[in-house]
Design a protein around this ligand. Structure first.
Ligand code: AMP
Ligand code: MG
Length: 408
């Protein structure tokens, strides 16, 4: 049995970044840039007015009075120079006319009979957005490896781009195994249980930014398992759940070997999630996760998610870890690290951590109330009030989503 860290190291050393594809800007949200983007021009392209007001040459302003000699709305330009002693009424975003270097906002002047007088002091260059002050032509604005957020999409658009090269989304085949499984939509009959893993795992793939390919259920049969696994090899990655223990009807490992796969490990010292195998089959990673719903999801978090993120070009592939205070005692009497499902809450700026009840690996409700995992070392006992490190699983929480409408 190997440690979680060793298993992750093996997995990541077999997770290769995928190729790139060009996508329309709006489809690039959350994707990773596969190319550097250089600015083809200055932004702004010229000196622009930052206010609705009057543009003039500061050297002329000593007299204090300027005659209005024109109007320049946003979207238009003026090539005609502005005569000494004159000012042009200008709207925000319009380029300064030749000879002008300063803008006075309209609320800072008094106007009568086509002449303006400043009501305060005006410094040279006031209220002008200078050419290139945002971006200079030739500058690298977005680097390969950057995660494209709304602000990057705005920047790419302002550079005239309508498409951008990003690393491909990983296609992940999801296969559940088990004779006891029926699909959601049917009534559970004695001896059968509903296949939930396909959906929780596919959702984890989606949440990581991948594309799940639903392979359904493989019966506990050697031949069928092998055929389904082979079908999964058309994707970039295959995830199976169940059938990977030592039971008489657990055929996943055998099938992987029969297909010429190299099994790099098949047991990890962790609870839940010990029966987890990782193999390379025909050059593609295969994750054989446990059947128990909680174990499958926890194992996905530890092993699959970082791998998928790496394949899609991300550099930050691990969940954030925060330090919080445990509100109750927690013990691990076993000989494997226990990943305890926790609810983490931010109370007056501090993280408060509570355990989500019975930690059976079949109890999916221990995950529905959970947003974090606390790793308890073997043979350990933590008292209430202990400081603990918790891996945050909830994306909204991790990104610091604020109070609800009702809290305000
Ligand atoms: P296995 O590892 O195949 O022995 O599966 C262990 C247990 O996990 C089974 O007895 C089921 O209760 C449960 N299980 C396996 N596959 C699924 C699935 N796709 N959805 C929900 N529960 C499952
Ligand atoms: Mg099974």
């Amino acid at each position: 049995m190997i440690s979680i860290e060793e298993a992750r190291r093996i997995i990541l050393s077999h997770s290769q970044r995928l190729g790139a594809e060009e996508v329309p800007i709006l489809h690039s949200l959350g994707r990773i840039a596969a190319e550097d983007t250089f600015a083809p021009w200055d932004i702004p392209a010229a000196d622009h007015s930052a206010m609705d007001g009057y543009a003039f040459a500061h050297a002329d302003a000593a007299a204090g009075n300027l005659t209005i000699c024109g109007f320049l709305p946003a979207g238009e330009t003026r090539t005609e120079p502005v005569l000494t002693g004159c000012a042009v009424k200008i709207m925000t975003g319009a380029p300064l006319p030749p000879g002008c270097d300063t803008v006075v906002p309209q609320e800072d002047v008094e106007e009568s009979d086509g002449v303006i007088r400043f009501t305060g002091t005006v410094k040279k260059g006031d209220h002008v957005r200078c050419r290139g002050e945002d971006v200079t032509a030739g500058e690298r604005v977005i680097s390969t490896g950057a995660c494209l957020r709304p602000q990057e999409l705005g920047m790419l658009s302002s550079l005239g781009k309508t498409a951008v090269a990003v690393f491909r989304r990983v296609r992940v085949a999801v296969l559940s195994t088990g004779d006891e499984l029926i699909q959601p939509g049917s009534m559970p009959v004695p001896g059968k249980i509903i296949n939930s893993n396909s959906f929780s795992i596919a959702a984890q793939v989606l949440e990581a930014g991948g594309e799940p390919v639903m392979l359904g259920i493989a019966r506990d049969d050697r031949e069928i398992t092998r055929t389904k696994i082979l079908e999964g090899m058309q994707a970039d990655v295959l995830i199976t759940t169940g059938g990977v223990s030592v039971g008489d009807r657990d055929f996943v490992r055998e099938a992987l070997q029969e297909l010429g796969g190299e099994i790099l490990f098949w047991k990890v010292a962790m609870k839940p999630g010990k029966p987890v195998a990782f193999a390379m089959v025909r050059g593609k990673p295969v994750f054989a996760l446990p059947g128990n719903p909680v174990a499958a999801m926890v194992a996905f978090e530890q092993f699959v998610r970082p791998s998928l993120l790496k394949m899609m070009g991300h550099s930050r592939i691990f969940r954030p870890i925060v330090r919080g205070t445990l509100v109750e005692a927690a013990a691990n009497r076993g000989n494997r690290p226990h990943l305890v499902r926790c609810a983490v809450e931010l109370v007056e700026g501090c993280y408060v951590v509570s355990v989500t009840g019975n930690q059976s690996s079949a109890r999916l409700s221990s995950l529905t109330s959970c947003n974090g995992l606390l790793k308890l070392p073997p043979d350990s006992l933590l008292d209430a009030g202990a400081e603990v490190d918790v891996q945050l699983l909830d994306r909204h929480f991790e990104m610091g989503e604020g109070p609800s409408e009702a809290d305000r």
